[in-house]
Design a protein around this ligand. Structure first.
Ligand code: WQD
Length: 336
């Protein structure tokens, strides 16, 4: 079955393309390469052993989408394509609302008439804001997110929920990601942050590679075990496997209409200082870092209750934090 992967040349998208292929699906990519590199297609070819069909188009373009759905027999869609830099979203809110919501609406306005019913949406734990209780379950109240980026995910979920609740015959799952890290063990694909990395692990690996002088730990005065922030870091291949499991669930569902949200994390929380210590262990080298001030918008702690996704998807993250950081480091050393 053909699965259209929007943003399939991106970090999570490319790893999901590998997992889809290995599960016997035929992934087809649509990507405008605004935040990904064409070289990813070469890495995918080396891993998979064949060239993945890729349409260089923007998901906000209804004509481009319609042409793809006319050409390819699409059985399901996984929608990754979105702008995702939290900081940039606060500087350019309209760019984020236009792109992230237009792509959802254009996709749905193409899928519904084409009779393509299965859709997986890339959502984020950021919709929980600063949760009062941990770990967060799917029933933890969704709050106005801490960023415009997070709000585009929250609004996206509401669009899908309303579409289904008004009776449109669609089967949709929103996967709420926690913190994806690592890389494919072949080191042929991985995270390619543009410019100075916002996220912790790529900044760690670039510091270890000598690209960055030192890591700044953003705050050690939080009410956590060691004062630094706690997150649920999940190997990107575990996250990719969760997408395959979610597509399979939609295909197995007997009813023609369905909407659900699922947490996709490990269920464990690790602090920034623990990430540093673990990285030093797996890399065998000290990491230069300094203790700095808090980063505006950060929340002290969040990690997932994965009971529901384990049960509904028959899936669980299997890769350890050590493996994730080792795979991230191997990838960084290859792209030095
Ligand atoms: C993790 C922790 C930082 C960099 C964001 C988005 C989320 C998702 C993942 C898209 C925090 C600390 C970081 C550094 C540091 N993105 N840190 N020094 O903020 O949890 O989540 O990325 O879906 O939606 O919000 O991830 O990796 O940026 O930060 O101390 O140089 O590492 O303060 O506590 P975050 P992150």
């Amino acid at each position: 079955m053909n699965v259209l992967v929007t943003g399939g040349a991106g970090f999570i998208g490319s790893h999901t393309v590998v997992a889809l292929h290995e599960a016997g699906f035929n992934p087809i990519i649509i990507d405008d390469f605004s935040n990904s590199q064409r070289s990813v297609l070469d890495g995918l070819e080396q891993i998979i052993g064949k060239r993945i069909t890729c349409y260089e188009e923007n998901c906000c373009d209804p004509k481009a989408l319609a042409a793809i759905f006319d050409t390819e027999k699409i059985g399901g869609v996984i929608h990754f394509a979105a702008h995702k830099a939290v900081g940039e979203s606060m500087e350019q809110p309209l760019k984020y609302y236009r792109n992230n919501l237009d792509s959802i609406l254009s996709l749905l306005e193409t899928m519904v008439p084409a009779g393509v019913k299965n859709l997986i949406f890339s959502s984020s734990c950021t919709v929980y804001g600063n949760p009062e209780q941990l770990p967060v379950t799917e029933n933890t109240p969704v709050q106005a997110a801490m960023s415009v980026y997070g709000n585009t995910k929250r609004i996206g979920e509401e669009i899908f929920r309303d579409l289904v609740s008004t009776g449109h015959p669609m089967k949709i799952i929103s996967l709420r990601y926690f913190n994806p890290i690592g890389a494919h063990p072949s080191a042929l694909i991985g995270e390619l942050p543009s410019g100075v990395p916002n996220n912790l692990v790529p900044f760690v690996t670039q510091t270890a590679a000598g690209i960055r002088k030192e890591l700044t730990v953003y705050g050690t005065d939080y009410d956590t075990s060691d004062g630094s922030c706690i997150r649920d870091y999940i190997h990107v291949m575990d996250l990719a496997d969760a997408h395959v499991a979610a597509i399979r669930r939609l295909l197995d569902l007997p009813m023609p209409i369905h909407y659900d949200v699922l947490n996709v994390g490990t269920g464990n929380g690790n602090s920034v200082l623990e990430i540093i210590k673990t990285f030093e262990k797996v890399s065998g080298q000290p990491l230069p870092y300094v203790l700095g001030k808090r980063r505006p918008g950060d929340i002290p702690s969040i990690y997932a209750d994965v009971t529901k996704s384990t049960e509904k998807l028959n899936w669980k993250a299997t890769r350890s934090l050590e493996e994730s950081l080792a795979d991230a480091w191997r990838w960084q050393q290859r792209i030095l």
